[in-house]
Every structure is written in structure tokens, then in C-alpha cells.
Design a protein around this ligand. Structure first.
Ligand SMILES: Nc1ncnc2c1ncn2[C@@H]1O[C@H](COP(=O)(O)OP(=O)(O)OP(=O)(O)O)[C@@H](O)[C@H]1O
Ligand SMILES: [Mg+2]
Length: 494
């Protein structure tokens, strides 16, 4: 056994979040750590790596008792941690980020920049990662940043690598690539703790699993001896919220009209979207669906054609005017686009509404509190107090707050880009119900996602993108994983 954690206790401000939990990881295995949002997965990893001290329990790693873990000490022991949220310095270069605190120095004590750049290139070419070591991190795409984080951890030959939701910003090819790297390292005896909410990937890469619920240890075993349905049951306690929830609805007149609309990353889009419709957009990363959303919302500027909301043209590249026209958008990357770290979770939730209704002061604290309470219950947001820092919430629970932020704007059209990233299966089902309910009430929803089951559950139809264009519209009953893949890889054409 490489790692044994026993009877681990941890509380924040007197509230226990880990209650006598255990985790055992063998040499050369991928161990999936599973649990709903707020179950305590990241906290246990923070305890293991000395980010937080534990309140009780024992840890043995590689035959050694770990008494007072610190980040430095556990790194030296061979534990590398790729955090759920990116931890890079944007204003530094790629190589500086890799070697931060571990600089290679020449005999004269000077930093050996050339050597570090060379080593970084060598690592990237070994891993087949196409990143320039001298590039500033802020110029990287989100997926490149995630790959950099992982490469960085791999650089210092760890015995145990913790990957906390490593694939949220990766496309399918990049995920395949990452899994290949994991398999290769496994052969050399490296162990992995793999945290993810995506069932297919858990089953593809893991050897064993451990399930937590509400800070308690529930079960562990071999992945080969369990099914996704059984895991889901262990995760949520019951599974009756997973029945088919889609129902056909009456839809209204056209609310959003796109004509020959072109912009950065997409061309010649024609769509007529009706009030009350739920439209799925999908395609491989970079195929144009996310880019289209950003342009509709005014983050980028259209280059041709036009877009109308209720018969009126929307002025280009003004998110404020777009919001005023009644369009709201949940952006795709939480850490980079949504979190305001020094605001409370209530303030984070109300940000959009306050921006929109700037003139309607004073703010009604009591009303806000009531509404927050409504969303907290509906989305099962695990938080102690609405005045707590947003950063004290687990990743998935932060995402729920941002979803609430946009659901709360009274906008007629909601653009949701990858809305359920990092959200557990139980809460996902709640969100789907909520989206269907909103549509019934006349809201129009565009949802961009790479997760086909998501579109399958709620979309009236789905537009599949390939190289910047819509290559296929699939009606609700036509949406299957296979057909979507067929069109998004352009295999239908070939
Ligand atoms: N620094 C902190 N201060 C206060 N509470 C915290 C802090 N960090 C975590 N918590 C609380 O501990 C609980 C467990 O959080 P944790 O981040 O471990 O969940 P998780 O299992 O990783 O969930 P997710 O899948 O959403 O990432 C949550 O209720 C969270 O709000
Ligand atoms: Mg987490």
C-alpha cells in the first residue's frame, strides 16, 4: 500500500466536513475519489498535502508516518497535487511557473534560465504537449493552462499524483491524451488519485474507487465489480431523480434571430429561436459553438450578418447593452470568468442583477436573502452562511452560485456555456429540471456543452458545429451520442 489515511477528521469553524474518513491507495493504481459537491474530496486532498492541518487521524505514505504535513514536505515525499482550480501565475512565463521555488541554479548560484527552458521543452515533447515554454501564461488557452498544471506536477517525478477534476477544460482528444500519459506512468508504478464527476471517464481510467457522502466514508472497491448506476446510488443515496424528464412544450414566436451571422471562430449562422425553446449547441472544442455564444453576448465582435432580439438588432460588442436587451450568459470557465474572490457568495450571486438594475437602489437585503435561500434549497448549495467568502465553497457549489447569478437576472434569453462543469450527478438532475421549468415559464435557453447526455435530456433541438459552421440540426428524438459524434467530427461527410 502506498497511502493509508485513517480516521481523518477536519472541521472548518467548528463545522465538521470530514468525519473519520479513510482512503487507501495502492502502488500503480488509479484510484477514483468520488462524492457529491461538498462531500469533502478536495478537503481530504488538502489535508493530505498539508494545505490544511488535520484535526485527527493518521496518515502513512510510502511506509512512513506523516505527522505534521506541510506542502513542501509532502512534495519532497513524492506527492504532487494538481488543484481543481488553476494555480498558475498569469504574468509569468510557462517555464517560470514550472520551476517556481525549484529553480535550477548554476555553480555560481545564478538561475540557469537556458537549462530550465530546455528541460521544459523536453518535458513537453515527451508528453506531446504543444506549449512554448517562453510564452506568458496569460496568453495560453484554458485547456493549455490545465495541461501545463498537469505537466508541472509530472516534472518532479511524483509517486502519487492527485488530479482534482483535471479534465473540466479539456476536449475529448486532450482527455485521451491525458489518459495515455496516466497509463504510461502507471506502468512505472506511479499512483493516481483521480477526482471527477464524469462517470464515463471514471470508468475508463480508474482501477478502484472510494465514495464519500457528506464528509463520511461510504464504500470502496474495484471498478470492474460495479456499474455506473450502482456508483450513482452510492453517491446520492437514492437515484429516483434520474428518470426521463423531458416533455414537449408549447413555444412562442421567434425571439432570437441570427442571419448569416459571422464572427471570430464561426461563420454564416442562421437560427430562429423561439420563446420557451431549449437549444443545445455542441461540437468539438473550437468548432464555434462557444465562440458564437461569446459573440452573441458581446464579448467579441461580429464580423458579418446580424442578430435580432424581438425584432430589434443587438448592437455589437457591448455586454451591457446585450444584458439590457434581456440576454444573460454564464461563462464557461469559472475561475477565470466568474469568481470575484473577495466578495461573499451572496454578493457573487447578485452581481449580474446589480449591474443590470443599477438605478434601483437601495438594495433590498431581506429580499435578496429570501431569493438566495430559494436557490440554495433548489440547487442544494452547501454553504454555511451567505456572507461567507465564495472561496470557502467547494468547486461544484461555487458553480451553483454562478448559475443562480444568471438565473436570477430575469433575462428572457439565457446563454449557458458549459453550465454543469464540476457539478455532481444529483445536482445536475436538479438543474435540468430547473431549466425545463424556466422554459415552461417562457424563458429561452441556449446551452453549449460537450456532454451529449445533457443535451439529450433537455434540448428541443441541437445544432452541431464543425469548423465554425452548423453542419446539422438534430431534433430532440434524434439526439444520440453517436449521431452527434458523427456530425461533430464531420464523419458524416466522409
Ligand atoms: N476554506 C474553507 N473554509 C470553510 N469551509 C470550507 C473551506 N474549504 C472547504 N470548505 C467546506 O468543506 C466542505 C467540503 O468541501 P470540498 O471542497 O472538500 O468538497 P468537494 O468534495 O471537493 O466538492 P466539489 O465536487 O464541489 O469540488 C464544503 O461544505 C465546503 O464549503
Ligand atoms: Mg472539490
Amino acid at each position: 500500500m502506498l497511502l493509508e489515511m485513517k480516521n481523518i477528521d477536519k472541521a472548518f469553524n467548528g463545522v465538521p466536513v470530514l468525519k473519520k474518513v479513510q482512503l487507501e491507495v495502492e502502488r500503480g493504481e488509479v484510484h477514483a475519489l468520488l462524492g457529491e459537491n461538498g462531500a469533502g474530496k478536495s478537503t481530504l486532498m488538502n489535508v493530505l498535502t498539508g494545505v490544511y492541518p488535520r484535526d485527527g487521524g493518521t496518515v502513512t505514505f510510502d511506509g512512513q508516518q506523516v505527522e505534521h504535513a506541510t506542502i513542501k514536505k509532502t512534495e519532497e515525499m513524492g506527492i504532487a497535487f494538481v488543484h481543481q482550480e488553476l494555480n498558475l501565475f498569469n504574468d509569468m512565463t510557462v517555464w517560470e511557473n514550472i520551476f517556481l521555488g525549484k529553480e535550477i541554479v548554476s555553480r555560481l548560484g545564478r538561475c540557469n534560465k537556458k537549462e530550465m527552458i530546455r528541460k521544459a521543452s523536453e518535458l513537453f515533447s515527451q508528453l506531446d504537449v504543444k506549449i512554448d515554454p517562453t510564452e506568458k501564461v496569460e496568453n495560453l488557452k484554458t485547456s493549455e493552462k490545465q495541461l501545463l498544471e498537469i505537466s508541472k506536477a509530472l516534472f518532479f517525478k511524483a509517486k502519487l499524483l492527485i488530479l482534482d477534476e483535471p479534465t473540466t477544460a479539456l476536449n475529448n482528444d486532450e482527455i485521451d491524451h491525458l489518459f495515455q500519459i496516466i497509463r504510461n506512468l502507471k506502468k512505472n508504478g506511479t499512483s493516481f488519485i483521480f477526482i471527477s464527476h464524469k462517470m464515463p471517464e471514471i470508468f475508463r481510467i480508474s482501477d478502484r474507487y472510494t465514495v464519500f457522502r457528506n464528509g463520511e466514508y461510504i464504500a470502496s472497491g474495484s471498478i470492474r465489480e460495479i456499474t455506473p448506476e450502482e456508483i450513482t446510488k452510492l453517491l446520492v443515496g437514492n437515484a429516483d431523480s434520474f428518470r426521463d424528464i423531458y416533455e414537449e412544450r408549447e413555444t412562442g414566436e421567434t425571439i432570437l434571430k441570427l442571419r448569416d451571422y459571422s464572427g471570430p471562430g464561426f461563420q454564416h449562422i442562421n437560427l430562429d429561436i423561439k420563446r420557451g425553446q431549449i437549444v443545445g449547441l455542441t461540437g468539438l472544442q473550437g468548432a464555434g459553438s462557444s465562440e458564437l455564444m461569446q459573440c452573441i453576448f458581446g464579448i467579441t465582435r461580429g464580423t458579418g450578418g446580424y442578430i435580432e432580439m424581438e425584432g430589434k438588432k443587438i448592437p455589437p460588442s457591448s455586454t451591457h447593452k446585450t444584458m439590457k436587451a434581456g440576454i444573460a450568459m454564464l461563462a464557461s470557465n469559472r475561475k477565470e470568468n466568474s469568481v470575484i474572490p473577495d466578495m461573499s457568495l451572496l454578493e457573487n450571486m447578485y452581481l449580474a442583477e446589480h449591474t443590470l438594475s443599477a438605478k434601483q437602489f437601495p438594495i433590498h437585503r431581506k429580499k435578496e436573502q429570501e431569493k438566495y435561500e430559494k436557490y440554495r434549497q433548489m440547487l442544494n448549495i452547501k454553504a454555511q452562511d451567505s456572507s461567507d467568502s465564495i472561496l470557502s465553497l467547494s468547486g461544484g457549489n461555487q458553480q451553483k452560485v454562478f448559475l443562480a447569478r444568471w438565473l436570477n437576472t430575469n433575462a428572457d434569453v439565457l446563454l449557458l456555456d458549459n453550465p454543469t462543469q464540476g457539478i455532481d450527478v444529483g445536482a445536475k438532475a436538479e438543474i435540468y429540471k430547473l431549466i425545463l421549468q424556466l422554459a415552461k415559464e417562457g424563458k429561452t435557453i441556449l446551452i453549449n456543452t460537450l456532454e451529449i447526455p445533457e443535451i439529450q435530456k433537455i434540448a428541443d433541438y441541437c445544432a452541431v458545429f464543425y469548423e465554425g459552421r452548423i453542419v446539422k440540426i438534430l431534433q430532440h428524438e434524434e439526439i444520440t451520442e453517436q449521431t452527434v459524434m458523427l456530425y461533430s467530427t464531420n464523419a458524416a461527410e466522409a
